[in-house]
Design a protein around this ligand. Sequence first.
Ligand SMILES: [Zn+2]
Length: 243
Amino acid sequence: MKTNSFYIFLMRSVKFLYLMLVDFLSDSSEEDKENLKDILITQEGKGIFERQKSPYICLCCGRALSDDFRFCTDCLSRPVFFALSYARHITAYGSKQRQFINHWKFKRNRILAIPAAEKMFLVYKENFSDLAVVPVPPRKERLASAGFDCVNDMAFLLKWCFRLKVLTPLIRINSEEQKYKSFAGRTDKNLKRYAMKKNSRIRQQAVVLIDDIMTTGGTLEECAALLKSAGVKEVYALTLFYA
Ligand SMILES: [Zn+2]
């Protein structure tokens, strides 16, 4: 195990230097970087990954509840999760979180994968102890134009710095821009956006899907259904934020 920890240390250093370099090469101006400090730490000294105040969450979708109702009205009246057992998140997607994602995803501040992965690891440990992690794959066009993917970077850190088992059995097949679609379009059962990789074999009894933001939950459900059809018994999800 000693050689292993040296290897981890080495990988960690390499990744850190790499992230420093991409940070240096990112599109962020100095002003952006100053703004970023304000985003990461609020005036009360709290971080954007601070857990929500309410101790109650929907046992299914993981959104905050005002009281101990067990399930939110959405999950009771029009449930989205069938294959997925349940989802958990760090916190709600507010204006600060939106700015954080903007800096990370669109201004290409890749170093932000570090605080995100760190917090995700802590919440993972609380909820899932030692299950394998499956990142939701990115759109190929997005990967080509930006040169990176936030969830990929996070999965990389979870694997090499936090030593989680990371599996990548999924691929993205349809690249239509999600945000221009109606709610109905996003949860349409006939619209396949993901698939299992050819010859991908998955031996895990249970896995945790990871993603940056859960909106309708349609993406997580679709990926969970694929994994279950490939033989996984239980699929959970963990995202940074929920909208
Ligand atoms: Zn719910």
